[in-house]
Design a protein around this ligand. Structure first.
Ligand code: MLT
Length: 213
């Protein structure tokens, strides 16, 4: 669906009036349809907001530019994070939803992390699957106080190594977030264990996430 909101996106409303919205953020080469099944699995009945990244790398949609694998164009990361946060604010008004919880994979997890660090008011929390630190240094703020984040890494992930995700955890904690970092045995690809972890974490933190949304 393309409309006045600045990202091509899908919005699936909920049958449950009280359910927090998930903001689905796909990986490189994905699109707005990719994570809908994952969103339905981890938060059955939740409203889903799913934008498509605006950057094209050899025809593959992403949420920000990179100079090489794992080397990000930080000026672009910052500009795109603000653009996505503005889209979230516009979508909240359009659809009448509270601040969403990000569910991002790979490049989508990285832009979610950048939004949390740069525009902490935009998201109520996040599930970041195979995430990396998107910025070399983040501004010191307390803007994420009371917000919760789950980071899930793959132990043998060559693209988003657990040590890099640990750096992201520290950055988010410095900004006030409560962060849980789980490391699964696999690599960069997702597995059923990710679905189970994400679902359990969302259920266990439902009240705390709702309180800041
Ligand atoms: C990124 O560019 O955000 C990360 O390297 C993950 C990826 O998209 O491959």
């Amino acid at each position: 669906m393309q409309d006045a909101l600045s990202f091509v996106h899908r919005y699936e409303p909920s049958a449950r009036a009280d359910a927090p919205t998930l903001l689905l953020l796909h990986g490189t080469g994905g699109n707005e349809d990719d994570l809908l099944p994952l969103g339905r699995m981890v938060a059955p009945g939740a409203p889903l907001l799913s934008p498509r990244g605006k950057v094209l790398e050899n025809g593959m949609p992403r949420f920000f530019r990179r100079l090489a694998e794992g080397v990000f164009d930080e000026a672009d990361v910052r500009a795109r994070a603000h653009d996505l946060a503005d889209f979230v604010a516009a979508a909240r008004e359009r659809y009448g939803i509270a601040a969403p919880i990000a569910l991002g994979y790979s490049n989508g997890a990285n832009i979610a992390a950048a939004v949390m660090l740069l525009r902490p008011e935009a998201l109520a929390g996040g599930v970041l699957l195979r995430a990396m630190a998107p910025l070399a240094k983040a501004e010191t703020t307390e803007g994420l106080a009371g917000k919760r984040v789950l980071i899930v890494s793959g132990a043998r992930d060559p693209i988003a190594p657990p040590a890099n995700a640990a750096r992201l955890k520290t950055m988010l904690e410095r900004a006030g977030a409560q962060v849980e970092h789980q490391i699964l045995p696999g690599g960069h690809e997702l597995s059923q264990a990710d679905v189970t972890l994400a679902r359990q974490w969302l259920q266990a933190n439902e009240a705390a996430l709702a309180a800041v949304s």
